[in-house]
Design a protein around this ligand. Structure first.
Ligand code: PLP
Length: 438
C-alpha cells in the first residue's frame, strides 16, 4: 500500500483546489446528486481518502460499504488491468465468457443454503432487487410484494416503492410501482418486542392486508442499512421465513449492504439464521466496480424464460475480474476474522461512549457494520440535529462518518477492513471529542 495511512489536514475543508472543483460540480452536475464530504478525491486506499489539496481523511464509510477490502487493493488492481487488456465487453447475452460463470459459481457456493442454486449478474443493487422481484413473480404467478418499515432497496421506480423512507428517496418522484405493501419490522430498541411477537405482528398484517394467495415475495434486509442498522430480535427473521415457506412465498434477503464479510460472516443471513430463497448482492462484491447479483434456488431462478433476464452490461468482464479477485481476498486473506475484530473494537469503544453519554441510546450491529442511535435522554425521541452536528464536526476534523436511519438519528460505521487499528482508534477519538463539544 503506497498511500500513507494517516489523518492529515493541511487546509480547512474544502481546501482551495477542492473548492474550485466543487464549484464546477455545482455548475455541471444535477443538484439532486448531493455529497456529504466537501472534498475532491485524488486517491484512496487502506483506510484513508486523499483530496486535491493534500488532506488525508480517515474513512469510516467505505463509500457506503463498497470498498470493504480498500479502494485500491493490489490483487483487484492487477486483475482489472489484466482483464482490460484482454477485452472490456462482448455482452454476455451475445458471446459469453468464463469470468461471469466463475462469479456465478462462487456466489452459488458462498451464499447460505445447501441446495442447487443459480445466479444472474447485473450492474447495481437496485437492478438486482428489480430482477429478484421479476423472478419471484414469474415463479409464483403472483404479483404482490411485501417490504418492511425502515427498508431501503434503491432508487428505480420499483425499488423506490419498496423503500420505506420518503425524503430524500421518494418525495415528488411518484407514482410508484403498484402491488407493494409494507409490514412492521422488529426494532427491539423501539418496540420492545421479542422476535416471535414481532414476527406474529408482521405476519398478521401480511395475512389481513395482502393475503398469501396474492403474494409473490417478501423482501427484507437482514440488517437494514439506510434504515439504521437495526438488528431484528432473535427469531424474527426465521419466523418470517418459515411463514413464507409454508405459504409458497419467495423469501428474498437483500444483502446489498450487509453482504461480503461486512458483518463478520460472508453474509448476515448466516448469523441471523436464515437461508433465503433468493439473495441480492452488490456493493462489497467487486471492491468498487459496478456489479450486482441475484442468487438463489435453482427452481426459482430458472422460472424466467430464455431472454427474460439480462442487460447490456450485466456481469461486465472487468467487474467480474474485480469480483473474483475480491472474493479471493475475502476467503483467503482473513477478512471474516478482520471484520469480527473490527466489530469487537468498535463495540467496546462505542459502549464506553454510550455509558458516558445518555444521548447515545443504543450501540448495535454486527462486525464492521456498527451504529449508534442518538436520542433525547429524557423522552428517547430521535435526535437528528445532534446526529447531523456530530457528522459535520467529524468530517471537519478529517474523519468520514455517515448518518442513516429513518429518523436521521443514527451514525453508522462501515470502515474498510484494510484500515489499520490505530486509524480506527483515532477516528473514534475524534468522534468522542466532537460529541463532547456539542
Ligand atoms: C445500496 C442498496 C441498494 C441499492 O443499490 P444501488 O447499487 O445503489 O442501486 C439496495 N439495497 C440495499 C440494502 C442497499 O444498501
Amino acid at each position: 500500500m503506497t498511500l500513507t495511512q494517516q489523518r492529515r489536514l493541511v487546509t480547512a475543508l474544502p481546501g482551495p483546489r477542492s473548492a474550485e472543483i466543487l464549484a464546477r460540480k455545482a455548475d455541471a452536475v444535477a443538484s439532486g446528486v448531493a455529497h456529504s464530504v466537501p472534498v475532491a478525491v485524488v486517491e484512496a486506499g487502506g483506510g484513508v481518502v486523499l483530496d486535491a489539496d493534500g488532506n488525508s481523511l480517515i474513512d469510516l464509510g467505505s463509500g457506503i460499504a463498497v470498498t470493504t477490502i480498500g479502494n485500491a487493493h493490489p490483487k483487484v488492481a492487477a486483475a482489472v488491468a489484466a482483464q482490460v487488456e484482454r477485452f472490456t465487453h462482448t455482452c454476455f447475452m451475445i458471446s459469453p465468457y468464463e469470468e461471469y460463470i466463475a462469479v456465478a459459481e462462487a456466489l452459488n457456493r458462498l451464499t447460505p443454503g445447501d441446495f442447487p442454486k443459480r445466479s444472474a449478474l447485473f450492474n447495481s443493487g437496485a437492478e438486482a432487487v428489480e430482477n429478484a422481484i421479476k423472478i419471484a413473480r414469474k415463479h409464483t404467478g403472483r404479483s404482490a410484494v411485501v417490504a418492511f418499515e425502515h427498508g431501503y432497496h434503491g432508487r428505480t421506480n420499483l425499488t423506490m416503492a419498496l423503500t420505506a423512507k420518503a425524503m430524500p428517496y421518494k418525495s415528488g418522484f411518484g407514482p410508484f410501482a403498484p402491488e407493494v405493501y409494507r409490514a412492521p419490522l422488529s426494532y427491539p430498541f423501539r418496540d420492545g418486542l421479542n422476535g416471535a411477537d414481532a414476527a406474529a405482528r408482521a405476519i398478521a398484517i401480511i395475512e389481513k392486508q395482502v393475503g398469501a394467495a396474492e403474494l409473490a415475495a417478501v423482501i427484507i434486509e437482514p440488517i437494514p442499512g439506510e434504515g439504521g442498522f437495526i438488528v431484528p430480535a432473535d427469531g424474527f427473521l426465521p419466523a418470517v421465513q418459515e411463514w413464507c415457506r409454508a405459504n409458497g412465498v419467495v423469501f428474498i434477503a437483500d444483502e446489498v449492504q450487509s453482504g461480503f464479510a461486512r458483518t463478520g460472516t460472508m453474509f448476515a443471513s448466516e448469523q441471523l439464521e436464515i437461508e433465503p430463497d433468493l439473495i441480492t448482492t452488490a456493493k462489497g462484491i467487486a471492491a468498487g466496480l459496478p456489479l450486482a447479483a441475484v442468487t438463489g434456488r435453482a427452481e426459482i431462478m430458472d422460472a424466467a424464460h430464455a431472454g427474460g433476464l439480462g442487460g447490456t452490461y450485466g456481469g461486465n468482464p472487468v467487474a467480474c475480474a474485480a469480483a473474483l479477485a475480491a472474493i479471493d481476498v475475502f476467503e483467503n486473506d482473513g477478512m471474516l476474522e478482520r471484520a469480527q475484530r473490527i466489530g469487537d473494537l468498535l463495540r467496546t469503544r462505542l459502549e464506553i461512549m454510550r455509558q458516558n453519554d445518555p444521548r447515545i441510546g443504543e450501540v448495535r450491529g454486527r462486525g464492521a457494520m456498527m451504529a449508534i442511535e442518538f436520542i433525547d435522554p429524557l423522552t428517547r425521541e430521535p435526535d437528528a440535529a445532534l446526529t447531523a452536528a456530530v457528522v459535520k464536526a467529524c468530517i471537519g476534523e478529517g474523519v468520514i462518518v455517515l448518518a442513516c436511519g429513518t429518523f436521521g438519528n443514527v451514525i453508522r460505521f462501515l470502515p474498510p477492513l484494510t484500515i489499520p487499528d490505530d486509524l480506527l482508534h483515532e477516528g473514534l477519538d475524534v468522534l468522542t471529542a466532537a460529541l463532547s463539544g456539542l
